[in-house]
Design a protein. Structure first.
Length: 334
């Protein structure tokens, strides 16, 4: 269109019968005898806003292609929805600052690995290949990362473990808050892990060496700390160090330990008595209950509706018994 650079669309407002009408006029500007003159070429008022925008773009020199894709070539297509969701959750939780208050390459790598673990778990090598099929690597700025860098970032993260768990504990625990702890295990493929020892395999995998780990969480199940132990470590050997760590790291003045008799054995109770600010709630084993019954300590409880008693066999401890109705219903269910 010759001379299109001098053309433009003018919007003229006029009032008719109390209403405002907008006229869309295609005009051309030209200079004659040193003066700028405008000439109306066409009235475009019948066109909608989309058509007007296209004409304006063409007059400004823009090039348009058909919507069918004839002038578009797709070079790559990467998923983004899950990445955006995880990134938004990180922002709401302050996850980056939890890992490190200072931005760094290691922090970006750790956040990218955690996001990848949430979206699609892989090994580190497979992760560096998979995350290029989504926008994850570019979103976290690690598209050039190698598998060696991921392992180095994991070593960096391990050095910061206590600091991170301290931050997390201060978020989740109050001085009078309740804390949950459990010892579980997973089995190891191979024979070169220094923590893999022959012990109780909770997964029932015969011939596989287990590794134990203790998980510390708040009452909602949100994890605050994790510790790893050899596979032949029992509950009783981990519980006291964990309780002492709780008190020191999170500044808890009072801790009440709740667990079954497999975790809180008599030797553990004897040690707890020597520590300040520690109480416990546990259960008696069947043999202990039978011994109390033989000595007549439990006689007449139902008649007078007692629910607690003291006995010389358990000095300094209060024994609490379930009501007979609940006790009987449990027996029937069993």
């Amino acid at each position: 269109m010759p001379g299109s650079q001098s053309m433009h669309i003018a919007f003229i407002a006029s009032r008719q019968g109390g209403r405002v009408h907008i006229s869309k006029l295609l005009r051309q500007s030209c200079r004659k005898d040193g003066k700028v003159q405008k000439r109306t070429l066409a009235n475009l008022s019948h066109l909608d806003d989309t058509a007007i925008a296209l004409i304006q773009g063409h007059l400004r020199g823009k090039t348009f292609v058909e919507a069918s894709g004839g002038g578009v070539e797709i070079l790559a297509s990467r998923s983004h929805g899950a990445v955006a969701a995880v990134k938004g959750a990180f922002h709401e939780l302050g996850f980056q600052n939890l890992i490190s208050s200072r931005p760094s390459r290691q922090r970006d790598l750790v956040c990218a690995m955690v996001a990848g673990r949430i979206i699609r778990p892989h090994t580190e090598l497979a992760t560096t290949r998979w995350w290029h099929t989504s926008t994850l690597a570019r979103t976290f700025g690690v598209d050039d990362a190698s598998v060696d860098e991921l392992y180095q970032a994991m070593d960096w993260l391990l050095q910061r473990q206590n600091r991170i768990q301290g931050k997390l504990g201060r978020r989740l625990f109050r001085e009078d808050g309740r804390v949950l702890y459990d010892l579980s295990s997973t089995y190891v493929e191979g024979e070169h892990c220094p923590l893999a020892r022959r012990g109780h395999n909770r997964d029932g995998k015969k011939g596989k060496l287990p590794v134990n780990f203790g998980l510390l969480s708040d009452v909602r199940g949100r994890p605050a700390a994790v510790s790893v132990h050899p596979g032949n470590t029992g509950d009783t050997r981990t519980i006291l160090p964990e309780v002492e760590r709780l008190q020191k790291r999170f500044g808890l003045a009072r801790v009440v330990l709740v667990g079954d008799r497999g975790m809180i054995v008599q030797t553990t109770i004897d040690a707890l008595r020597l520590l300040d600010g520690l109480d416990w709630i546990s259960a008696l084993k069947g043999a202990s209950v039978a011994r109390l019954m033989r000595r007549g300590a439990l006689e007449g409880l139902d008649a007078v509706n007692l629910f607690e008693l003291f006995h010389p066999d358990f000095p300094g401890e209060r024994l609490v018994r379930r009501r007979a109705r609940i006790w009987q219903s449990m027996l029937e269910a069993t």
